[in-house]
Design a protein around this ligand. Structure first.
Ligand code: NAD
Length: 253
């Protein structure tokens, strides 16, 4: 039996992209999914494909979070897992970034994660434990230009994850962060990401990742297979943040 069988897992921003791939991966191993997103049509479709529940949800709203928890408990009776995946990107230099957009990114990417963790602690304590995966980024491990709000939010998610891990360990609630590198999704396709060998020379593996490769790591961390992991930061980035890939490319082979 898989370490995911019958676990009830909420995935935010699960209508498409990384969230949808993680949800589909966990459903294959027997988990029951609650997909949440602002995008109702895509969310309903993704949820229907895995026999899951869709709830329209803005991760910045405490009231919406309460509705998600209520819907999950009403349908499945419990909550075992949460993947805080919803997020938006930023793409400006600090000197050009507006205060409004900077604050918007923090609200969705960081406050949304705080609200999510806060909302599931009670239900997870009630069933004797749980697992939370917060989706940070390579931009939460190293300084990427053009990512002021995004990078700050993702560094924040990395730190908040460790605080939660320390606070919640004694309830047997594990909390880990996943740090995807450049992965082909609607978010990065907009900025020109392309799948295929040689498509991303900044990563040691030389290519952009696909959502399923991130979904594997998320699924593992939610499952009981990761029972001794908490407070970890798991890079799934093709080696982008591992070290001096550019220097390596300058050495004659
Ligand atoms: P995506 O845009 O395809 O999916 C993100 C989803 O979040 C969308 O469906 C969107 O509607 C939803 N969302 C946005 N704001 C929301 C809100 N306020 N409430 C609820 N849902 C909301 O992007 P993706 O590439 O799949 O990204 C998923 C996560 O992975 C994000 O947190 C992103 O920062 C992170 N990430 C992605 C990459 C990458 O290369 N794709 C790399 C590192 C980290």
């Amino acid at each position: 039996m898989s370490g995911l069988q019958d676990k009830v897992v909420i995935v935010t921003g699960g209508a498409r992209g990384l969230g949808a791939a993680a949800a589909e991966r966990m459903a294959r191993d027997g988990a029951r999914l609650v997909i949440t997103d602002l995008l109702a049509e895509e969310g309903e479709k993704t949820a229907a494909g895995i026999d899951g529940l869709f709830v329209r949800h803005d991760v910045t709203s405490a009231e919406d979070w309460q509705a998600v928890v209520n819907a999950a408990v009403e349908r499945y009776g419990r909550i075992d897992g949460l993947v805080n995946n919803a997020g938006i990107a930023s793409n400006s230099l600090i000197e050009n970034e507006s205060l409004e957009y900077f604050e918007k990114v923090l609200k969705i990417n960081l406050t949304g994660v705080f609200l999510g963790m806060k909302s599931v602690i009670g239900p997870m304590k009630a069933v004797g434990g749980g697992s939370i995966v917060n989706i940070s980024s390579a931009a939460g491990l190293t300084a990427l230009p053009l990512t002021s709000g995004y990078g700050a939010s993702k560094w924040g998610v990395r730190g908040l994850t460790k605080i939660a891990a320390v606070e919640l360990g004694h309830y047997r609630i594990r909390v880990n962060s996943v740090h995807p590198g450049m992965t082909y999704t609607p978010m990065t396709a907009e900025h020109g990401a392309q799948v295929g060998e040689g498509g991303f020379p900044l990563a040691a593996l030389g290519r952009v990742g696909v959502p399923e490769e991130i979904g594997e790591a998320v699924s593992f961390l939610i499952s009981d297979a990761a029972s001794y992991m908490t407070g970890s930061e798991v890079a799934v980035d093709g080696g982008w943040t591992a070290g001096e890939v550019v220097m390596m490319q300058q050495i004659p082979q």
